[in-house]
Design a protein around this ligand. Sequence first.
Ligand code: ATP
Ligand code: MG
Length: 268
Amino acid sequence: MTLASTKGDRHGADGAPVAVSLRKVGVTYSPIGRPVLEDISFDVREGEFLSIVGPSGCGKTTLLRMLAGLLRPTTGDALFNGAPIIGPSRERAIVFQDYTNALLPWRTVSGNVALALEKTVPVKAERDAKVAALVAKMGLAHAADRFPTQLSGGMQQRVQIARCLSQEPRIMLMDEPFGALDAMTRQTLQDELLALAAERRTTTVFITHDLEEAIYLGDRVTVLSANPGRIAEVIEVDLPRPRNQLTTREDPRFLAHRHHLFGLLQGH
Ligand SMILES: Nc1ncnc2c1ncn2[C@@H]1O[C@H](COP(=O)(O)OP(=O)(O)OP(=O)(O)O)[C@@H](O)[C@H]1O
Ligand SMILES: [Mg+2]
């Protein structure tokens, strides 16, 4: 790895502080296999909300797992706050795509959300209050004492999101977190997430299959192409914040972005 030139460089080309920096990253799972990701270079600015879209199998989950420190790049450098990502950290919270394996089955909803707080908030009453607030925010107050097997997919996913938020991370890495939710819950949680990310100035990398969701949430949308996964395009989303489920989605700029992204993913 060639870290000397990049270590400590915490600012992007436009001078904004950078949280994540990827430099010519490639990932190959097997020594004889083809690369899954190739030549991936981008920055995520501090406090930015970056959406990532791309066809199934193009390497989105692989990219997120690498940012979480769950796998190392085969080539290139992956940096967080200027230091190489060499393993998982409390500062980088992940919401997994596969929610069926993401929760501890022997812990209740509250118990799962409390996990990250057990070291940082030793006073039980204080911890319980924080957990209860997050569980309520995710619309799960009535299910606080249930176990994961007693929850629907959408409910399990909301527990994961609450657990991620409880960690108060510097960056949230979210892999299609709203994929299993109905349309109304999805819109409510989109707005909750935007409000929380803005309030805490938490950098967010958000993967989705849904182009409209990517535009609605993001400051930028990165489009990956498949075989191998490469960056096809990065678009700046020039829509005012706070976003609004009606007016933002009706804005001609929103529709233009949607049109453009749709064309890109259809290969036009
Ligand atoms: N642990 C692994 N070992 C070998 N190959 C893997 C592994 N994980 C993923 N792959 C392969 O890497 C490629 C990218 O997988 P990945 O899960 O990152 O795609 P994705 O973009 O998240 O797809 P989806 O949109 O369906 O979730 C696929 O071809 C997949 O088969
Ligand atoms: Mg995936």
